[in-house]
Design a protein around this ligand. Structure first.
Ligand SMILES: C[S@@+](CC[C@H](N)C(=O)[O-])C[C@H]1O[C@@H](n2cnc3c(N)ncnc32)[C@H](O)[C@@H]1O
Length: 235
């Protein structure tokens, strides 16, 4: 696993010393051990964890400058993409958010075992939390992978991003229709669609995409709506 990671990192123009590589090994081991008793990932081979979770997450470094940012990962699940980014770049101030309590307990335990005690793990729903002044428009960067369609995801994520910050949504390469279908949501929520960034997940032939949305104006009051309303009438 460490060799796959080292090779993939060099493809991304990144490098890591033994202490960071060990952190990723420990992360993979704890993920796969816990996965035996809790549904965290469909991937069970450490080499595939390195490629499809770690290197896919770390590809965000090629899509946007991430250092020294206050970052929120919405629907982080087992920590992707936020935690691999923080392990590689300690200057990121990271908050992981998920609506499933068991996953958040796993994340808290994982961060404590990895010794990254400055990561904040929150159990809650994005559309409820972003109305609180503590979180609304306070993050430089919001990231999210595999949580919802982009029009819905914009309503969950853009209210967290400060004006001038960015929302980075990880999507499949063939997401052109999904992106054009989210144009209305982006506009209403104060966003501006930037050119997307396509990449090949290192060590694979899988093409993925980072949709980049700059926050240009504050999100109007009243957004996000309750999840039932978001689902019933997506923007
Ligand atoms: C398919 S998993 C993806 C996990 C991770 N981002 C990844 O790529 O491996 C989706 C996660 O989003 C969380 N989620 C879904 N809706 C959410 C919401 N409204 N607020 C916070 N978390 C949410 C779920 O609990 C789940 O853990």
């Amino acid at each position: 696993m460490e060799q796959t990671l080292r090779t993939g990192l060099s493809t991304l123009g990144l490098s890591a010393g033994p202490p960071v590589l060990h952190l990723f090994s420990d992360y993979s081991r704890l993920l796969l051990e816990t996965n035996q008793v809790m549904n965290l990932t469909a991937i069970t081979d450490p080499d595939q964890v390195a490629k499809l979770h770690f290197l896919d997450s770390l590809s965000l470094f090629s899509a946007w400058p991430l250092h020294d940012s206050r970052m929120l990962d919405v629907g982080s699940g087992a920590g992707f993409p936020g935690l691999p980014l923080r392990l590689m770049e300690p200057s990121i101030s990271l908050t992981l958010l998920d609506s499933t309590g068991k996953r958040v307990s796993f994340l808290s335990e994982l961060c404590s075992q990895l010794g990254v005690t400055d990561v904040t793990c929150i159990h809650g729903r994005a559309e409820e939390l972003s109305s609180s002044p503590e979180y609304r428009e306070t993050f430089d960067i919001c990231v999210s992978r595999a949580v919802a369609e982009l029009n819905v995801l914009c309503e969950l994520c853009l209210p967290f991003v400060r004006v001038g910050g960015v929302f980075l949504a990880m999507k499949a390469a063939g997401s052109d229709d999904e992106i054009s279908g989210a144009a209305n949501a982006v506009r209403i929520l104060g966003g501006e669609l930037l050119p997307h960034f396509d990449y090949t997940v290192p060590g694979t032939e899988i093409l993925h995409r980072v949709v980049r949305i700059r926050k240009s104006f504050p999100a109007p009051k009243g957004y996000p709506r309750r999840f039932s309303a978001i689902k019933k009438a997506p923007l």
